[in-house]
Ligand binder design. Structure first.
Ligand code: UDP
Length: 196
């Protein structure tokens, strides 16, 4: 049983999937259809015979990260918009795979592109989750200078989720990227910034 099965223990969950989680290691393909299928299957299995309400925030780092492009001279806001558009590609791939598994899946995009996704409407997304659809939040917050981790925290609060699950390439929350910085410090605990 995968770790994802733990989502069953909650009423409403936001799952954060990093873009890198959709790429096969060593492959040139930004999205691995096999990995996306596997993730969709695991999500579907975790939801079997359970009433867990699920939203997914997907990243775009398998295609593009605004900060890296900006470090190489590109205007940061533009680079971030490119990054947000990258998350939409991942969202569509994941949506199709979840539908293959028989899940109803609706993509809400913070940047409007009605041909492929609903414009993000908080109350609508919440109602769709309540009736059992999986909602994918694409295009991050819709604003540059943020990350999709921030988006997950934001949407989790907006949707009244009990918990955020984070599926990523590292085993916890660090003060910097542990794959690049051998001195990166892992936080054993984090506090909730927002209190009602
Ligand atoms: N991004 C942004 N605003 C947001 C969310 C994302 O500008 O609210 C951009 C940013 O450039 C980021 C990129 O989208 O680098 C991809 O998101 P992220 O790096 O969080 O993806 P992940 O690391 O989870 O794959």
């Amino acid at each position: 049983m995968s770790d994802l099965a733990e989502i069953r223990n909650f009423h409403r969950v936001v799952l954060k999937l990093s873009g890198e989680a959709l790429r096969a290691s060593g492959s040139e393909d930004n999205i691995s259809p096999e990995i996306v299928e596997r993730i969709a299957r695991e999500i579907h299995e975790a939801r079997q015979d359970s009433n867990v309400e699920l939203a997914i925030v997907v990243g775009g780092g398998n295609f593009w990260r605004g900060a890296s492009a900006s470090a190489r001279g590109m205007d940061r806001a533009t680079a971030d918009y490119v990054g947000m558009l990258a998350t939409v590609m991942n969202a569509l791939a994941l949506q199709a795979a979840l539908e293959e598994e028989g899940e109803e899946c609706i993509v809400h995009s913070a940047i409007h592109m009605q041909n492929v996704a609903e414009p993000f409407i908080r109350r609508k997304a919440s109602r769709q989750m309540s009736r059992g659809a999986v909602v994918i939040f694409a295009a991050g917050t819709g604003s540059p200078f943020f990350s999709t981790d921030t988006t997950a925290a934001l949407r989790a609060n907006e949707m009244g989720a009990d918990v955020i699950f984070k599926a990523t390439m590292v085993d916890g929350v660090y003060d910097s990227d542990p794959r690049k910085n051998p001195d990166a410090v892992r936080y054993e605990e984090v506090t909730r910034v927002y209190q009602e």
